[in-house]
Design a binder for this molecule. Structure first.
Ligand code: AMP
Ligand code: MN
Ligand code: MN
Ligand code: MN
Length: 285
């Protein structure tokens, strides 16, 4: 079970990835992935296509999404796995979470215009496969296109993070709502890439305890967003809090992502992989 090449975190054009769900399925399969989930931000519209493509390739599939949550003044991501993608309550919750993105994007564009970068809204929209899901990533791609920065990492550093001209604070879903939407739809909620949040130990402890109190059951330990040291940190956290462990590249694009689909170390043997608790939810390829 531990040695299964599971990749349970990636993005398609349905959110801020650059590949179609079918292209991701093929790439995952080619890279040796044995269990796959497409986890677009705040949207499950790619799920039927991803599941069908996986099935055609003989690849096992779990439904997925990555919900944006506001917690302790920070944006936290909660991955949902193995839920019923047609669940109306989950779909309504995700639609509400997506709701403020258009207005936020307009404000981001105004902020960028103030530092001489005009037309960012239309520029970013060109890159958004799903206009409802216009994200900072799409702004980053446009800013690279117009030569404002050399790559998207530089864009985030200079323009799109707290205190920078294109940054607009936003109120996402609550932690409890996100966990409940996933759980009530038959899935398991997982804290995405905990190493990325700049929490104090107290805030991080609060995130883990409140997440569990709401019914959350998993944490990403091995992810493209973690360093080797963080694999160890979150292995210990998973054991301390009794959480199931997940593994996923967070792949967005062949041109941008440094971790390819399936190209991750195995989960440490002392952890319980999240997929052991989702066996009945796996669509067998
Ligand atoms: P949003 O949901 O619009 O706030 O956009 C968040 C997305 O931006 C994340 O899902 C990542 O894909 C991307 N992102 C966030 N921070 C960075 C960064 N420092 N470098 C590159 N991409 C980033
Ligand atoms: Mn993203
Ligand atoms: Mn994320
Ligand atoms: Mn992600």
């Amino acid at each position: 079970m531990h040695l299964l090449n599971a990749d349970l975190h990636c993005h398609s054009v349905v959110s801020d990835g650059t590949l179609q769900p079918e292209e991701l399925a093929e790439r995952a399969h080619r890279n040796g992935v044995q269990l796959w989930a497409l986890t677009d931000h705040d949207e499950v519209d790619g799920q039927a296509r991803a599941a069908a493509a996986a099935r055609a390739l003989g690849l096992d599939y779990l439904s997925g999404c990555e919900i944006s949550v506001s917690f302790a003044g920070t944006t936290v991501h909660i991955v949902g796995l193995g839920f019923d993608a047609d669940d109306a309550h989950l779909r309504n919750g995700l639609a509400a979470t997506r709701g403020g993105r258009g207005e936020r994007a307009r404000e981001m564009s105004e902020g960028l215009a103030k530092v001489g970068l005009r037309g960012a809204f239309d520029g970013a929209l060109k890159y958004a496969g799903n206009p409802e899901l216009i994200a900072r990533t799409h702004f980053a791609r446009w800013l690279v296109e117009v030569g404002a920065c050399a790559d998207t990492n530089e864009v985030f550093r200079r323009y799109l993070t707290e205190g920078k001209p294109g940054y607009v604070p936003h109120r996402w879903a609550s932690l409890g709502d996100a966990v409940r939407w996933i759980t009530a739809a038959g899935g398991i909620a997982v804290i995405a890439h905990p190493g990325r949040y700049k929490f104090t130990p107290t805030e991080e402890y609060a995130l883990f305890s409140e997440f569990i109190a709401h019914g959350g059951r998993g944490v990403e330990v091995v992810t493209g967003s973690h360093t080797t040291a963080e694999y160890q940190t979150y292995t210990n956290m998973a054991l301390e809090f009794g959480l199931l462990a997940s593994r996923g590249s967070d792949f967005h694009s062949p041109d941008e992502s440094h971790t390819d689909l399936g190209a991750l170390p195995d989960l440490p043997g002392k952890l319980t992989p999240v997929w052991t608790a989702l066996q009945e939810r796996i669509a067998r390829g």
